[in-house]
Design a protein around this ligand. Structure first.
Ligand SMILES: NC(=O)c1ccc[n+]([C@@H]2O[C@H](COP(=O)([O-])OP(=O)(O)OC[C@H]3O[C@@H](n4cnc5c(N)ncnc54)[C@H](OP(=O)(O)O)[C@@H]3O)[C@@H](O)[C@H]2O)c1
Ligand SMILES: [Zn+2]
Length: 337
């Protein structure tokens, strides 16, 4: 089978299509003919040599978390899943025995990790991580959902966002950003989002964004947010200076959920503002498989339309990563092996 592998951790130029042996499923595994696999910034970190998870010893490395396609084979102990079933993968990998696996939520598993291997014609996955696709849902739509939408959904819940709340999403045009805007809309909340690009913001307005701020200047963004109102919740996947910004504009008692570090892995916290303002800053990673099931249902009911900017053939996977690096896209980029 063919796979788009990272053969050098130097950015998009380090992606090559390679031949690999066809995988065999273990007793509790399934093989999926991959029709679509969305990419995430997590994969780009790996490709740029900026992830502790993968180094030169692991090359060639096949990434790809968000797999959708058709089951082609199942292991001997798999029940309730047949070749021909259409599925999407929950990329969570959990130990099954720690207290969070026993009592939930599973995304807090003490040995939490993620599936990699979807940027290939066939993926070998844990059968119990497959969620069936509703009738009529195409694989490309399904592949856009897992990482970005599970993460945004969990963050909105961590921030206790509800109807009529005001939610601030710095960087509202990427995978997690667009998902946060769309899901905040489903929750009945009002949204403020930022981008460096007016054209991209315009597209996100069409997807439900209420207040778009085209700026990369933190003081300008601060002034504009303050004119609109004090956000009840901040969905922060950028980190860096955006943490201090989010904290300062947030209302008394508000919550900021943080899941990423695109703008920097270190942030300053104004301690006095935090305690006098009764503010809350929480970390958040992925969501649960049950969240994925709900999100797939929302999409099946057309209450959520996962935003896909472009699709790519497996041989053009390098172009997908270049588009992400160059901040060209709105929503998800999906490879169709
Ligand atoms: N912990 C978790 O479970 C989890 C899960 C998913 C993602 N994440 C993290 O969340 C972040 C977003 O992931 P993603 O896949 O949604 O990425 P993505 O699609 O590439 O996000 C693009 C967004 O980030 C903005 N952006 C890019 N570079 C920036 C910079 N240097 N400064 C400010 N804004 C910048 C873009 O703004 P413009 O519109 O201006 O281009 C755009 O809105 C990443 O840090 C990722 O690792 C974490
Ligand atoms: Zn566990």
């Amino acid at each position: 089978m063919r796979a788009a592998a990272f053969t050098d951790l130097i950015g998009p130029e380090g992606v090559s299509v390679i031949e690999r042996d066809d995988p065999e499923p273990g007793p509790t595994e399934a093989l999926v003919d991959v029709e679509a696999c969305a990419i995430n910034r997590h994969d780009l970190w790996i490709l740029e040599g900026d992830s502790a998870m993968v180094d030169a010893d692991d090359l060639p490395f096949v990434t790809g978390l968000d797999v959708a396609g058709v089951v082609s084979e199942t292991g001997g102990e798999v029940r309730g899943l047949e070749p021909g079933d259409r599925v999407v993968l929950c990329p969570n990998q959990t130990c099954g025995s720690c207290r969070f696996c026993r009592e939930g939520p599973e995304n807090m598993c003490e040995r939490f990790s993620l599936f990699h291997g979807g940027l290939a014609e066939t993926a070998r996955v844990r059968a119990d991580r497959l969620v069936p696709l509703p009738e009529g849902m195409d694989a490309t739509t399904a592949a856009a959902i897992p990482t970005a939408y599970m993460t945004a959904y969990h963050m909105l819940r961590r921030a206790e966002v509800g109807p009529a709340d005001l939610v601030f999403v710095p960087g509202a045009t990427g995978g997690v950003g667009v998902a946060a805007i769309q899901l905040a809309d489903v929750f009945g909340a009002e949204t403020i989002g930022t981008s460096s690009s007016e054209a991209k913001l315009e597209r996100v307005r069409e997807l439900g964004l209420d207040h778009g701020i085209r700026s990369t200047d933190l003081e300008e963004i601060r002034d504009e947010v303050e004119t609109i109102g004090a956000p009840d919740g901040v969905i922060n996947h950028l980190g860096g200076e955006f943490t201090e910004l989010g904290q300062s504009v947030m209302r008394r008692g508000g919550t900021m959920a943080i899941c990423g570090r695109t703008a920097g892995g270190e942030s300053t916290i104004d301690v006095t503002n935090l305690f006098l303002g009764h503010k809350c800053i929480v970390g958040s990673t992925m969501g649960t498989q049950d969240d994925l099931r709900r999100l797939v249902e929302l999409a099946a009911d057309s209450r959520l339309r996962p935003e896909i900017d472009r699709t790519y053939a497996l041989a053009d996977t390098d172009d997908a990563f270049a588009a992400m690096r160059d901040r060209e896209s709105v929503g998800k980029l999906v490879v169709e092996p």
